[in-house]
Write a protein that binds this ligand. Sequence first.
Ligand code: GLU
Length: 445
Amino acid sequence: MDARLESIKDTVLARNPGEAEFHQAVVEVFESLGPVHDRHPEFLEAAILERLCEPERQIIFRVPWTDDSGRVQINRGFRVEFNSALGPYKGGLRFHPSVYLGIVKFLGFEQIFKNALTGMPIGGGKGGSDFDPRGRSDAEVMRFCQSFMTELYRHIGEYTDVPAGDIGVGGREIGYLFGQYKRITNRYESGVLTGKGISWGGSLVRPEATGFGTVIFTQEMLKTRGTSFDGQRVVVSGSGNVAVNAIAKAQALGATVVACSDSSGYVVDEAGIDVELLRTVKEVERGRLKEYAERRAGVSYVDGGSVWDVDATVALPCATQNELDGDAAARLLRNGLLAVGEGANMPSTRDAVAVFQEAGVLFGPGKAANAGGVATSALEMQQNASRDSWSFEHTEERLTEIMVGIHDRCAATADEYGEPGNYVLGANIGGFVKVADAMLAQGLI
Ligand code: GLU
């Protein structure tokens, strides 16, 4: 790492002790930014990096609620409003027992660059709670969401901060959150949340957007090697919203997705995953992947283990951070891997990224490859602002244009900085320069 950046990085790490995932996200970005600071010494003089690493505002609050047996439960809520140089803070809410400040800050930090890359006017933020929705009744989830919003409402707004979903937060949770916001504020402020239901201000394609976008981005990478998804053997990790829609899109483009996973194990389905059955098990019944294997002939279920043991020419990690390490990357390489497109946020460890890059595998980092979700959230905000709703075809066309645009911007930036094909460098520099320029223009705030 560049020596000037190294000392800024050391200070950031020391000021934020115990936040391993945030440290990892910062280091990974800083490693790309040396050459930018050679060209733009004004960024160093204005302490852009120091400011960028310090969130504009961090909110931590108590979320009390009662479970179905009448017992009081206490969770912790977070919203980190990281950077508003380009627009209102924008980013999802994650409900998962692993959530703590370090996770929210890593996600918020990534979101700044991702949102900048979309070309849409949105800043970066993220939030969530250590609440575990798994095994909770609808009524419990509703009471939790209402309590969460009873604190959060005072910090958000269509011009201030616009949350959406992430792991553990889908259409059901956004519905309860929106209802409570509307009740407290007495405003039908559609643009305060995205990922809403289609009959009450949501956008078509938003549910599909992250998974579709990841496949569109990966398809653009494959094109640079004169190939496509057609005929590829694909492994996807996860089986949530991003994974299911990535599987659907990859198969629509002619690939066979032979495996996917959940936190208990993975399935191998050589005939190609049956997306309808997967949706029924995961989305309608909120069941486990094991049940998919039980209902379909010729499918094997592996309890525990790693989905990355399955041979693939294209890998799409769509589960969670640090799910693919250096060893898994090396195993994937043995079997003719061509490309990796990250549907999740930071699913590959730094070791894994190094393995892929050294081997010349096309590697699309999450902040570029999974930006389709938040980009379509910005399209939802546009529709809300103009009190309009667009067709599926039109919205999907916009998503495709945006993803191709992100791909091309990352590729062009990598070329400009003398590292053709390095999408990590292209995404980090492309996102950073846009935010840094806006911060410079807006003065020391
Ligand atoms: N949570 C998603 C992400 O990681 C979407 C955020 C949004 O739509 O605001 O980008």
